[in-house]
Design a binder for this molecule. Structure first.
Ligand SMILES: Nc1ncnc2c1ncn2[C@@H]1O[C@H](COP(=O)(O)OP(=O)(O)O)[C@@H](O)[C@H]1O
Ligand SMILES: [Mg+2]
Length: 215
């Protein structure tokens, strides 16, 4: 299959609801004014304003797209409260990566892990989705931490993250992960093996500011 046919199948089967947003959630509609330019160390626990911060994150996102083929360039981990634009910027990146003819699969962590567990138990004919999770050029795992984790899902998650890093020798596979958990919560929930891979192979972007949905 050529990559555009592969992508069509992914869109029809799995990207349905999300790909719908790609028309409006792209870099052309990226609005910095939704982020406050107030510097407030106490409130944001940072020496820069939310606006300055999102500019840095957007630059990292653009660098990620530029260096996509480079096996040594980092993946992206977006951490921060809800409504701060983590899914939005993931969609912006998806849009650009799709334009360059690569395949993109978007899944929330609960849906992704449930599909894999179903497949392992032979419950559903979900081999395609499992193959794609491992081999798609860009995998976006959204809302990590909202799944009900157990040791089986933990192992699957570890294997996905680890295998996608190892793929780098022959076919570059990149991953974007979004989570409402902070680094401390991630350590508590997923342990050292997973989090050490985030630290080593992901640019960790902390989103802060006020919930955009209320603006
Ligand atoms: N940079 C941005 N420019 C314009 N709208 C944005 C931007 N970031 C987020 N939004 C909008 O704000 C809302 C919340 O963003 P979302 O990405 O869903 O947050 P999160 O995934 O962090 O919970 C959405 O309606 C989204 O379209
Ligand atoms: Mg989101």
């Amino acid at each position: 299959m050529c990559s555009c046919l592969k992508q069509k199948l992914l869109d029809i089967e799995y990207n349905k609801s999300n790909i719908f947003n790609l028309g409006k959630e792209n870099f052309n509609n990226f609005n910095f004014n939704l982020y406050s330019d107030e510097i407030n160390k106490e409130k944001y626990n940072s020496n820069i304003s939310p606006r300055e911060n999102i500019k840095i994150i957007k630059n990292l996102a653009e660098q990620f797209i530029k260096d996509f083929e480079n096996p040594n360039s980092k993946n992206l981990l977006f951490t921060g409260n809800t409504g701060l634009g983590k899914t939005f910027i993931s969609n912006c990146i998806a849009n650009e990566v799709l334009k360059s003819g690569k395949t993109v699969l978007y899944q929330t962590a609960p849906v992704m892990l449930d599909s894999i567990i179903d497949y392992r138990f032979g419950k559903k004919n979900s081999q395609n989705i499992c193959d794609s999770i491992y081999s798609v050029d860009l995998l976006i795992i959204d809302d990590l931490g909202t799944e009900t984790i157990n040791s089986m899902k933990f192992t699957e998650l570890f294997n996905i993250i680890n295998t996608r890093l190892l793929n780098n020798s022959n076919n570059v596979t990149k991953t974007i992960i979004s989570t409402n958990l902070n680094m401390k919560n991630l350590y508590e929930t997923y342990d050292e093996r997973i989090v050490s891979r985030f630290v080593g192979y992901y640019n960790i972007c902390r989103f802060f500011g006020e919930d955009i949905r209320f603006k």
